[in-house]
Design a protein around this ligand. Structure first.
Ligand code: CA
Length: 401
């Protein structure tokens, strides 16, 4: 239906697109972009209309926080992160000397943003941002990002063909937007280019610079898990409601292991990501600095928790309030292999739960007489393990990695 609706005005849209891009030429030149760069990289640009659907997409299924954390902070990412701490130890030490952000925090951001530089996004940045600059409902914002992308290319930091990213224009190992790049990216390997795509030292230092400029207090923990007394007044919760430790002590809050809270220390806010029945955290200023990287509490908690795991810490004391926990990426890949073996066309078993995987899961849930919420969960994985005959396809590419 959508394809038919778009077919007729497509040529008109493309003509309008070229004219729209051409109108940006003066602004680009004003920002210091050379005419040659504009001619080479903007003038002949083709729109990518698929980004418009993503701009307006309402997720069909919601993701509970325990699913989000199960995949972002799994054993694989912890092991990879520890290997990266070792591999980049000298660079990370120099980064900490210059920007006062500790290695585990920097590496945790790297791990969540781009899986340590492995997942940068494949969409050509100029096509995505050019389209969003000329069509859709946030054109003013994306016009600035588009012009900043041209500036990055013009200044020779990153070649245009290496500039790929998310549909919304986050790119590189740090997943910065182009405007963030121009404000905060740094050249740390000393080759004169701020290269967040192909230089890990530049990416690590740029992340540290971002956190440093955001007010990071090195040596102060982001926060810690706590335990609430029965009948606790949860109206005190909220990331913005930072209070002195004496208040939390007076209200009966304890460390997660039941020990007493420290009497001194900076003001902290109570975070209840899954309500009073789930894990509770007292978080301080540094949590807000991480939050500034990508404004979502679940995101900040994933980075904070991963940094603790990289330092040798364990999982949370209080379980999430669910009898059906989320899956690690390894569990997600196994679930996808089972779905493929059961005849679902979901593409590769890559551990990414997209719309096709969710729809296949919903079908299986319906067949099992369960709520069809599309969740990749532990209990669904167990159910499919026991009912899927993989022997017929044993050795086939769809079953084994
Ligand atoms: Ca560099």
């Amino acid at each position: 239906m959508l394809a038919l609706a778009l077919a007729a005005p497509l040529t008109a849209q493309a003509d309008g697109f070229s004219a729209c891009i051409e109108r940006l030429r003066a602004q680009a030149v004003q920002r210091g972009v050379s005419r040659a760069t504009f001619d080479a990289h903007a003038a002949q640009l083709e729109p990518d209309l698929s980004v418009l659907g993503l701009l307006d997409a309402q997720p069909e299924f919601s993701t509970p926080i325990w699913d989000y954390l199960a995949a972002l902070v799994d054993d694989e990412r912890v092991a990879d992160g520890r290997a990266m701490l070792e591999r980049w130890r000298d660079v990370l030490q120099k980064v900490e000397e210059r920007y006062s952000v500790d290695p585990a925090t920097v590496v945790a951001v790297w791990g969540v943003e781009s899986n340590y530089g492995r997942s940068l996004g494949a969409r050509p940045l100029l096509a995505s941002l050019g389209t969003l600059a000329c069509m859709g409902r946030r054109q003013d914002y994306f016009r600035g990002e588009f012009l900043d992308t041209l500036k990055i290319i013009d200044q020779g930091h990153i070649p245009a063909e290496r500039l790929t990213g998310s549909w919304a224009g986050a790119f590189g190992q740090t997943q910065f937007m182009p405007s963030t790049f121009l404000r905060l990216a740094v050249d740390f390997d000393g080759d004169g280019r701020r290269d967040l795509v192909d230089s890990a030292p530049d990416a690590l230092a740029s992340t540290a610079n971002f956190l440093h400029k955001g007010g990071w207090k090195n040596g102060e923990s982001w926060g810690f898990e706590v335990k609430l007394p029965a009948g606790f007044d949860t109206s005190l919760a909220g990331r913005r409601n930072r209070r002195g430790m004496s208040l939390w002590i007076a209200r009966g809050v304890k460390l997660a292991d039941g020990g007493p809270l420290p009497e001194s220390g900076p003001d902290r806010a109570l975070l209840l990501p899954a309500g009073a029945a789930g894990p509770a955290f007292l978080v301080g200023r540094n949590f807000n600095v991480i939050y500034g990287y990508n404004a979502a509490e679940s995101y900040a908690l994933a980075i904070a928790h991963l940094s603790d795991r990289l330092r040798g810490g364990g999982g949370f004391h209080t379980p999430w309030p669910t009898d059906d926990p989320g899956l690690s990426r390894a569990g997600r890949r196994e679930l996808q292999r089972l779905l493929i073996a059961r005849g679902h066309d979901i593409g590769e078993a890559d551990g990414m739960i997209g719309e096709r995987t969710r729809k296949a899961i919903a079908k299986e849930q319906t067949a099992l007489g369960r709520k069809a919420d599309g969740r990749a969960s532990q209990r669904l994985l167990e159910a499919l393990r026991t009912t899927t005959d993989v022997s017929a396809k044993e050795g086939g590419a769809t079953i084994r990695d």
